[in-house]
Design a protein around this ligand. Sequence first.
Ligand code: HEM
Length: 496
Amino acid sequence: MVTFAHWPKTATPVTGAGQRLVADGLVAGRSGGLVPHSVAVPHTPFPAGRPGYATTMTLDVTLPARQEQRAATRIGLLDTVRCAAGVLAPILAQGVIHRRDRVVRLAQRLDLNRRGARILHRLRARHGDGPLRLTLPGRSVVVVLDPADVERVLAGSPAPFALATSEKVAALRHFQPHGVLVSTGGIRAARRRYNDTVLDADAPMHRLADAITAVVRAEAARLAAAPELDWPAFDAMWQRIVRRIVLGTAARDDTRLTTELNRLRDAANWAYLRPRQEHLRGRFQRRVDAYVAAAEPGSLAGTMAGTPAAGGVDPAGQVPHWLFAFDAAGMTALRTLALLGSDPARRATAAGDAPPLYPFVRACVQDTARLWPTTLIVLRESTTATDWGGTTLRAGTTFMLPSSYHHRDETAMHNADAFDPEAWLSGAPRRSATIYPFSAGPGACPGRNLVLLSTTTLIAALLARFPDLRNPCPLIEPLPRTLDHAGLRLATRRAP
Ligand code: HEM
C-alpha cells in the first residue's frame, strides 16, 4: 500500500480496477526510487460514479525492487561555484540562526530560493540523483538530493551522521555550548533523553497543555486592538508567550532576556568569524538559571525541577535552544495567518475547528512549515566513511539536505507551490521522505508537538478575536518561495 501525495494533475483519471494509470512524473513515493511512472491499479480507488483526480489517494500497487544506491558524483569547480553562489550564499546571507529581515525581504523580491532550486534541478539533470560532491580544497561536502538518501541520512543520525556538525558547533556555541544539537556521544544521548522528557516530545498534548493554552489565550486576548496585526506587535506578544511557557509568568516582561539572546544569535550567524561574547553569554545564562531555579509551576522550568538529569546534562543549558527555537514557531504562525487571511473558505474552516487539537489548523501550520521551512538546510557530518553505490565518502563529510528545495520539488509533487493543508489531514506528506520541516528520524525536533500545540491555539484564538482577519496583499499561487514574515501586515477588520 502506497499513499501518493500531491497526485499529478495530468494523471489519467482512474475509473476502474485493472486500469493503467499514467502519471506525469515521479510522485511522493519517489522515496527510494520505488515508484515507476505508471502503476497498475488493482482495485477501484474511487466510489463508483466518482472518477477524477485527488490530491491524495491510497492505492495497492506492486512496487519494483528498490533501485541501486546511487553513486556520489564530484561536480566541477564551475558547478561548485554555481551551487555555492546560487544556493548556499543566499541561505547564509538570510541568517541561519537569527534572520536578517532586510536580506529576507531582498530574497523574497529576487525570488532567490526559486533560483537556487533551478540550479539544483540543473545540477541533478547533469550529474544524476546521487550525492553531489562539491569541489572544495580540504573539505568533503555533498548536497543530498535523492529522497532515499535523505531518508538514509536522517534515519542514520546521530551515527554515522552526526547532528553536531562543525558549522553548527561554531554557530551555536555562541549561546548554547551545552545544547543537545551540538553534543556528541553518551552525553548527547542523555541530553536528548532530557529534552524528550521535559518537552513531552511524542505527546500531541504536553502534560502542561492546560497551562500552556491558558497562557496563549490570555496573551492573545491582551493584544492591543489595532486595525493591523504586523510582525512587531505579533512578535512582542509571541515572545511574552514563549517566556511564560518556558520560564514562567515571572519572565513575561523580561524583554531584556530576549534582547540579549538575539544579540548572541546575531553573533552566531557568523559562526567562527565572530569571537564569542562570553561576558554577555554569562549574563544571559545567569538570568535563565535564576528562572530555572525558581521553577514556576505550569512552566517548562517547573517541569524541569521534577525531571531527573544524568550527570553532565546541564538542564539549564538546554533552555537557550528552546527560547531560540520558539522564534521559528512565531514566524510560522504569522505566515499561517497570512495564508488563512488570503483564503476566506479555509479561514472559515479554521475558525470553526475543534479544540483542543485543532486538526485543521494543525494541518495548516504543518503545510506552512513545508512551504517555508525555517531550517533551510539540514546538516549532518559523518563519523565514519560511508558507501554510496560503490563510492566512498570519507569520515567528516558534511551532508547538506536542502529542505527548501525538497519541500517545493515540483518534479516530485503536484502543486508544490500551493497551500495544501488537506493533504496533511490524510497523513500523506508526513510519510514522504522529502518533507521534513521538523527533521526526521532520531534527530527529529523534540519540540514539534509543543510548537503545534502553542501555534494552533494562538491561531484559533486570534481568528476568534478577529473574525474578519484578512491579508490585504493576498498570497496567491504559485506561492513565493521566500516569505518575508517581518513584512506581513494583516487587517483585523472587515474591508470598508
Ligand atoms: C516551527 C518551529 C520549529 C521548527 C520548524 C523546528 C525544526 C527543527 C529542526 C529542522 C531540527 C533539526 C535541526 C538539525 O538537525 O540541525 C530541530 C531540532 C531541535 N529542536 Fe526544533 N523546531 C522548532 C521549534 C522548536 C522548539 C519550540 C523547541 C523547544 C521548545 C525545539 C527543540 C529542538 C531541539 C532540542 C532540537 C535538537 C534535537 C537533537 O539534537 O536531537 N524546536 N528542530
